[in-house]
Design a protein around this ligand. Sequence first.
Ligand code: CO
Length: 134
Amino acid sequence: MIGVLNHVAIAVPDLEAASKLYRETLGAKVSEPVDQPDHGVTTVFVELPNTKIELLYPLGDDSPIANFLARNPDGGVHHLCYEVEDIAAAAAKLRDSGVRILGSGKPKIGAHNKPVLFLHPKDLLGTLVEIEEA
Ligand code: CO
């Protein structure tokens, strides 16, 4: 059901420093920051030949990554995103298998203008997983 790894998201305490690290030290292609008000984050995308890294920084007062950064002040891997062909079918199969879908359970439009859902880390080996309809 899941396809390619769309991105790995890393929550960072300093978006400018993180962008510089990926651009200059690691020599990657790094985008400008983009605010995602619906998701409470500002994102920077790092393009790699086979996938992307998404640098996440809190936006607004109740950012979903604020607690994560409080627990991980140096930053840390926040979630993985797998592509699926049909997000409604994937969600139905996951629900039938006992995997909890976070939030309203309805897909939101994600950072790449595609429908996304987040899945409960306790049901997926302690890893927050995002699925994105590709
Ligand atoms: Co993501």
